[in-house]
Ligand binder design. Structure first.
Ligand SMILES: C[S@@+](CC[C@H](N)C(=O)[O-])C[C@H]1O[C@@H](n2cnc3c(N)ncnc32)[C@H](O)[C@@H]1O
Length: 228
């Protein structure tokens, strides 16, 4: 697969074999997705849930089992990914939004949960901070922002170790090296991960409370932040 000109086209192409590719290319993918349904506060009954960068709907598929009656908003720049979601969630209340994060008008005090699964690393540090603020404002009181992603900046001294371990992982499923080559081209062109500690500091600076964290091999991480 060759690299495309923009995120929307890139993920239109990536959508074909998406889940299998993610499991083979992203260490802890399934584990990190499962954290979207870690224990919820007592009596927590969300009515509006936003999945930012929903892809083919794997994060929503996890949480929709727990909250089947909630109203879902699934947003993605890729039309093909949204098409897969439309086929997947036929029996639920779901609104589909084909938009870039940056262009989306977040309704204030509206969502009880905002999920982001491996999507925010496509935003640079500044864009993430702007988004975190919009997400905060769009949450209801007691609302949760949950995110699973690669969490290490490319300038981090440990970044070369991450790449070594990552390559070993990918080679277990795709030993001929082609997939790793494609993945690194994609990573170079489209991915702008940030350190977990920096992201926690940005969350706390805008008054998110109780940021809970799970991390694997230092960089594959999940956080959940509460608006109180
Ligand atoms: C790696 S996939 C993750 C999909 C899914 N959330 C998951 O966990 O498997 C990233 C998704 O985010 C979308 N995306 C990336 N940057 C985006 C942006 N700025 N605005 C809207 N969607 C974006 C891509 O189109 C893609 O479908």
């Amino acid at each position: 697969m060759s690299i495309k000109d923009n995120i929307a086209d890139e993920f239109d192409a990536f959508s074909a074999n998406y889940t299998q590719d993610m499991i083979g290319c992203v260490p802890y993918y399934s584990k990190l997705m499962s954290h979207f349904i870690d224990a919820f506060p007592d009596g927590f009954k969300p009515s509006h849930i936003l999945d930012l960068g929903c892809g083919n709907g794997n994060a929503t598929a996890t949480i929709i089992q727990q909250f089947p009656r909630a109203n879902y908003a699934l947003l993605d720049a890729s039309k093909e990914m949204l098409h897969l979601c439309k086929q997947r969630f036929t029996n639920y209340s779901v609104r589909y939004i084909n938009s870039y994060f940056q262009d989306f008008e977040f309704k204030k005090n509206h969502f009880d949960i905002v999920i982001a699964g491996f999507s925010l690393h496509h935003c640079n540090s500044h864009e993430k901070q702007v988004l975190f603020k919009k997400i905060y404002e769009s949450l209801t009181l007691g609302g949760l922002f949950t995110c699973s992603d690669l969490m290490i900046h490319k300038s981090n001294p440990d970044h070369s170790d991450l790449k070594k371990n990552w390559q070993h992982f990918v080679h277990r499923t795709f030993p001929n090296g082609e997939k790793w080559k494609w993945l690194m081209e994609h990573y170079h062109e489209f991915d702008k991960p940030d350190n977990l500690n920096d992201q926690i500091a940005w969350l706390e600076a805008i008054n998110f409370e109780r940021v809970d964290v799970k991390v694997y091999e230092n960089y594959w991480g999940h956080f959940r932040a509460i608006k109180n």
